[in-house]
Design a binder for this molecule. Structure first.
Ligand code: KG4
Ligand code: ZN
Length: 317
C-alpha cells in the first residue's frame, strides 16, 4: 500500500507519502511568515496560500518519495476540525486525485492524526492515554484499542497553544508564541512571577482563559507602574504554570485509568518542559511514553498517513 496524505486544516499545506506504515516523504509548506505580520492566522489568507502552494508540495513529495503518481493506492486527507476554507482546498486536491486515479479516498480527523503522529517511530500499547495540546484543542483522550478515541477531558475555554500565542502577542514577541516563549523560558526563573493554576478540581477538564487574563493583567499593571517585565522570568513563570496545569490533570487521569502507554500530541508537544515532564510521569508510573519526533509535532501530513494506515487495515479498504 502506498498512501498519499494531505493536511491543510490551518496555515500549513502538507503532503506525505507512506509506504505501509513507513513515512517516505513529508513536505510542509508553512505560512508563518505571511501570517506573523497580523499576529495570528488570517483564515482567508491561509486558504488563498494553500491554493498557490499545493501543486509544488505535491510534486516535491512524489520526487522525495521516488514514486510515480500511478503507484499511489490510497488518498487520505484531513476533513475536520479546522478552518473551513483551508480544509476545502485539501479536500478538493484529495478528491481530484482519488477520482483521477480511481482509488479510495479516506477522510480523517486532525486530532486523531496528531495522536498517530506519535506512532510513526514507536509502537502503541493499549489502553493508551493521550494528552492533546495544540492551538485549538486541549484534551485527554483514552483509547482501549487502535482507532478508539474516548474524550475524557477538554478545555472549557481557550486552548493551551492559543494562550501561548495571545500572551506572546501582548508581550510583542511574535507569532506563533509557543516556540518563542518556550525558548525564552529556558533562560528565566519560573518562580519570579506568581500565576494561577486553573481548575484544580475532580474533573479532567482544563481552563486557560484565567491564565491568559492573569498574564495580560500582570504585564499591563507593571506597564502602568512604569516597571519593566523581566521577559525571561515572565516566560519561565508562564511556562511553568501552563504546563503544570496540563500535567496535574493528566496525572489524575493516569491514576484513574491505569494506561499502558502515554502519548503526547498536538503542536504544544514540541514544548521542552512538557516533553520533560511527560517522560518523568512515565518513569514515575513505569509506563511507556510515546513522544512524537519534533517534525511530527506541529501540523504535518505524515501523522495523517500514519492514521490512514491503521484505518485502511481495520476497515479493509
Ligand atoms: O497542532 P498545531 O500545529 O496546530 C493546531 O492544530 O492548532 O499547533 C500549533 C500550536 C500553536 O499555538 C503554537 O504556539 C504551539 O502549537 N506550539 C508550542 C510550541 N511549538 C508550537 N507551544 C509551546 N511550546 C512550543 N515549543
Ligand atoms: Zn494541529
Amino acid at each position: 500500500m502506498i498512501i498519499l496524505a494531505i493536511e491543510s486544516s490551518c496555515d500549513e499545506f502538507s503532503i506525505a507519502i507512506g509506504k505501509n506504515n513507513k513515512i517516505i516523504a513529508n513536505i510542509i509548506s508553512s505560512q508563518i511568515n505571511e501570517h506573523s505580520q497580523f499576529g495570528g492566522v488570517v483564515p482567508e489568507l491561509a486558504s488563498r496560500l494553500h491554493l498557490e502552494n499545493f501543486h509544488w508540495v505535491l510534486e516535491k513529495a512524489l520526487l522525495k518519495a521516488k514514486v510515480s503518481i500511478n503507484e499511489i493506492t490510497h488518498i487520505a486527507y484531513t476533513n475536520e476540525p479546522g478552518l473551513i476554507g483551508s480544509l476545502i482546498i485539501g479536500r478538493l486536491v484529495a478528491q481530484t486525485l482519488a477520482n483521477f486515479l480511481k482509488i479510495p479516498l479516506i477522510p480523517l480527523n486532525h486530532i486523531h492524526g496528531h495522536i498517530y503522529g506519535a506512532s510513526i517511530e514507536q509502537t502503541f500499547k493499549f489502553p493508551l492515554l493521550s494528552l492533546v495540546a495544540s492551538g485549538g484543542h486541549t484534551q485527554i483522550i483514552l483509547s482501549k484499542k487502535h482507532l478508539d478515541f474516548n474524550i475524557i477531558g477538554s478545555t472549557q475555554d481557550d486552548a493551551i497553544g492559543e494562550c501561548y500565542d495571545k500572551v506572546s502577542r501582548v508581550l510583542g514577541l511574535g507569532y506563533p508564541g509557543g516556540p518563542i516563549l518556550d525558548k525564552l523560558a529556558q533562560k528565566g526563573d519560573s518562580k519570579a512571577y506568581k500565576l494561577p493554576i486553573s481548575k484544580q478540581d475532580n474533573t479532567y477538564d482544563f481552563s486557560y482563559s484565567g491564565l491568559k487574563t492573569a498574564s495580560i493583567n500582570l504585564i499591563r499593571n507593571l506597564g502602568q507602574k512604569n516597571q519593566k517585565v523581566d521577559i525571561n522570568n515572565f516566560c519561565a513563570s508562564f511556562q511553568f504554570t501552563a504546563i503544570e496545569t496540563l500535567i496535574s490533570k493528566f496525572e489524575r487521569a493516569i491514576k484513574n485509568y491505569s494506561p499502558k502507554c502515554l502519548v503526547l500530541a498536538g503542536g504544544v508537544s514540541a514544548n521542552s518542559e512538557l516533553r520533560k515532564k511527560m517522560l518523568l510521569l512515565g518513569e514515575k508510573y513505569k509506563i511507556k511514553v510515546c513522544l512524537p519526533k519534533m517534525e511530527y509535532c506541529t501540523d504535518n501530513a505524515a501523522m495523517i498517513a500514519a492514521l490512514a494506515y491503521e484505518t485502511i487495515r481495520k476497515e479493509n479498504i
